[in-house]
Design a protein around this ligand. Structure first.
Ligand SMILES: NC(=O)c1ccc[n+]([C@@H]2O[C@H](COP(=O)([O-])OP(=O)(O)OC[C@H]3O[C@@H](n4cnc5c(N)ncnc54)[C@H](OP(=O)(O)O)[C@@H]3O)[C@@H](O)[C@H]2O)c1
Length: 314
């Protein structure tokens, strides 16, 4: 089968379009013919070797966590899926394996795909939307009527976070640059702050949840903007979050929390319900063919993606 592999860490040039052996299916796995995938920033962080402590030096490596495709074979112990099902998946463990024509995956990471989405649209959902859902629901303990600020509202996780926070009937303030103001409003944001004109940490407005999706404002900078029992969530490790995560865990009041997403089938099934109920929709900035994935990485690394980058697998 065709796949994109890396045989060393480095620039986008290390991504090679290659022929490799098609995976085979064992008892508790199903084989998916992949029609589409997507780029997440963790893909190029892995490619650069930033997570070498986890990934080691076992090459070749196939990157990519998001999959949408069709079940073409099922292992003997699979009960929830059959050949021909249209599915989407959030691959686990690191480094994924989605930049390929086929993947063999445990059903614990797979759900039927939302029926109202194309394969490309479905493929941009798993990692980014699962992250937004779990961060707000499990770490932020989001509740109806709360005030929620999303910093980085125009990107992959942010566009889902705005919509998921609205699905929980909260009042959402979205932070992005001027060119994305209309988009985040169309996703349901009640108010929008253009960070090039206004610094929300200098305002007097206070929130129940501040979700710093892009890791640009620390807990220390945001804590005056949290209500008494408010929760700050970040997706990126830093000395500030390690220290304040520990300190605020010990002391009652405002909390600082570092969140890491966990792939699972139940959250994909719940996101499918939200999508089919038209409560959330994926935003696609660009679609690249798998053979041009190096260009897709270059674009993602610019940090200006609006919504998601999809990968079409011919
Ligand atoms: N811990 C986890 O489990 C986990 C899971 C998913 C993602 N992540 C990490 O979370 C980060 C965000 O992921 P993503 O997929 O959302 O990334 P992304 O799609 O690449 O984010 C791009 C967006 O960031 C916005 N942005 C850039 N600078 C900004 C600033 N100073 N203030 C506000 N917005 C800014 C841009 O909007 P403008 O052009 O409008 O500025 C752009 O739309 C990445 O570092 C990723 O690795 C972690």
């Amino acid at each position: 089968m065709k796949a994109v592999i890396i045989e060393r860490y480095g620039s986008p040039d290390v991504l090679q379009y290659a022929d490799i052996e098609k995976p085979s299916v064992t008892g508790d796995r199903l084989l998916i013919k992949i029609y589409a995938s997507s780029i997440n920033p963790i893909d190029w962080k892995l490619r650069q070797g930033m997570l070498k402590v986890i990934t080691g030096n076992k090459f070749p490596m196939i990157l990519g966590f998001d999959v949408a495709g069709e079940v073409v074979e099922v292992g003997a112990n699979i009960t929830n899926f059959k050949t021909g099902d249209g599915v989407y998946a959030y691959l686990n463990p690191v480094p994924g394996g989605a930049y390929a024509e086929y993947v063999a995956v445990s059903e614990r990471f797979v759900s039927l795909k939302p029926s109202n989405l194309s394969y490309e649209q479905a493929a941009v959902v798993p990692l980014a939307a699962t992250t937004a859902l779990q961060a707000l629901r499990d770490t932020g303990e989001i509740k109806k009527g709360q005030k929620v600020l999303i910093n980085g509202a125009a990107g992959g996780v942010g566009t889902f976070a705005v919509q998921i926070a609205k699905a929980y009937e909260t009042e959402v303030t979205a932070v992005c640059s001027a060119k994305n103001v209309e988009l985040v409003k169309s996703l349901g944001a009640d108010s929008v702050i253009d960070y090039t004109q206004q610094d929300f940490t200098k305002d007097t407005e206070k929130y129940d949840i501040i979700f710093d999706v892009v890791g640009k404002r620390s807990f220390s900078e945001c804590k005056n903007n949290l209500l008494d029992r408010g929760i700050y969530i970040t997706l990126l490790p830093s000395p500030d979050i390690i220290l304040n995560g520990f300190l605020t865990f010990l002391i009652p009041g405002k909390k600082a929390k570092l969140f890491v997403a966990k792939a699972n089938d139940k959250d994909l099934a719940y996101l499918k319900e939200l999508i089919e109920a038209n409560k959330i929709r994926p935003i696609i900035d660009r679609i690249y063919p798998l053979s041009q994935i190096a260009d897709a990485h270059r674009y993602s690394e610019e940090g200006r993606t609006v919504g998601k980058i999809a990968i079409a697998i011919e």
